[in-house]
Design a protein around this ligand. Structure first.
Ligand code: KG4
Ligand code: ZN
Length: 383
């Protein structure tokens, strides 16, 4: 992946992501598409990234634009929803324009518009949903609402061209920790989930406590490389009767207690050691659950998804464990693990070819559960 970055005057980082440094991946740029090709313009604005992408046939990324507000929220130690919504409003048209221009296409060339409609921050989601609805209405294009987590899972299709369901997927982001069996395209069986904090949330909270700041995940990842993962033994929760569920709040509290105790005793705290030991506890639990799920559910392929899936230690451990257990390991590049619109375009394709489109009454659903699409699906005729 080649990432071209540009820091704008307001601190927002504008990124254009290209595969292997090629102008654009696949056949795009060579002109139009073949009959039967499906080209989707996808939009994502569920948190603090405004993103637009053009994806052909679910796996070929013609353009992938991300406008990241992360620097704006860093000073507050986390995402401020009101700031996020306002920035999305400012950035979204530019992202869509850039995505179309990099794909060398116009709105007339696309077959459908896709957008994340939940879960996420309601004010943030609404910006993307309104943009997608406006384009769908003005250009008379089908509209496809996509579940954000489903998008994360589908990021795996982009770089693993042969990946097909069924497979197991560990979804670990800032708001979710799910262990999912992907039975078919768009069909998900959740076999485990967090009882309290999501994995990314635990990374963010611990990073704040040891003074690394926001966003915690990447900072802990970096600090851990300089630390000793065996310096401290933090607890790894097991939940009786729910073998695949996770719990990270006990682990987080244990780290916080240690930090407070050290402070009270006037001890010097080695943040790198704490980061490495905490990270080890998290990734070992995630890996153990995922490998056991593959074995018990007879899955010969494990995929990972979500922001925490870009964690170096998690990727290394799963690579080792999958090899030892004869399981194929699929993972998107780190930039496709965190929020982007290419993954939304991939998920939307598999809905589109099933004929599933949404009406213009599509709304943002901040707490949309995974697997709830059927109930919220509106046939095209309702438009
Ligand atoms: O998927 P994502 O970009 O947004 C959500 O849908 O939540 O995930 C963001 C989360 C944050 O909690 C962030 O700290 C975490 O992913 N994260 C990481 C890493 N990069 C991002 N956690 C651990 N290691 C990383 N390298
Ligand atoms: Zn996400």
């Amino acid at each position: 992946m080649e990432i071209n970055k540009n820091v704008e005057d307001d601190g927002v980082i504008f990124m254009s992501i290209k595969e292997n440094g090629n102008e654009i991946h696949g056949s795009a740029g060579s002109g139009g598409d073949d009959a039967g090709d499906v080209t989707i313009l996808a939009i994502e604005s569920s948190c603090d990234e405004t993103a637009a992408a053009v994806v052909r046939n679910g796996r070929e990324v013609l353009s992938n634009i991300i406008s990241s507000q992360i620097a704006l929220h860093t000073v507050y130690g986390g995402v401020v929803p009101e700031i996020a919504s306002r920035k999305h409003v400012e950035k979204i048209n530019g992202c869509v324009r850039a995505a179309l221009s990099e794909a060398k296409l116009t709105l007339d060339d696309i077959d459908a518009v896709a957008v994340t409609y939940g879960p996420g921050l309601v004010g943030a989601l609404l910006v993307g949903v309104s943009e997608a609805k406006a384009i769908a209405y003005a250009k008379k294009k089908p509209l496809i609402g996509v579940h954000h987590i489903e998008g994360h899972i589908c990021a795996n299709y982009i770089e693993n061209k042969d990946l097909k369901p069924p497979f197991a997927c560990l979804v670990v982001s800032g708001g979710h920790s799910h262990l999912v069996i992907v039975r078919d395209y768009g069909e998900y069986e959740i076999i485990g989930q967090t009882r309290d904090d999501a994995a990314g949330e635990a990374f963010d909270k611990v990073a704040r406590a040891i003074g690394l700041g926001y966003p915690g995940g990447p900072k802990i990842d970096k600090a851990a490389k300089e630390g000793n993962p065996d310096a401290f033994t933090f607890p790894q929760a097991k939940i009786a009767g729910a073998d695949y569920d996770f719990s990270f709040s006990g682990l987080k509290s244990s780290v916080l207690n240690y930090i407070n105790q050290a402070k009270m005793q006037g001890q010097e705290l080695d943040a790198n050691d704490v980061a490495a030991s905490f990270q080890k506890a998290v990734v070992e639990v995630l890996s153990e659950h995922a490998i056991r799920a593959c074995k018990e559910y007879g899955m010969d392929c494990l995929a990972i998804a979500g922001g925490v899936a870009s964690n170096t230690a998690l990727r290394e451990l799963l690579e080792k464990e999958c090899a030892a257990n004869n399981i194929k390991f699929c993972r998107p590049s780190p930039v496709l693990c965190t929020d982007n619109a290419a993954m939304i375009g991939s998920a939307a394709y598999y809905e589109f070819i099933k004929g599933k489109t949404f009406g213009l009454d599509l709304n943002a659903v901040p707490n949309l559960p995974l697997g709830d699409r059927e109930r919220r699906y509106h046939a095209d005729k309702n438009r």
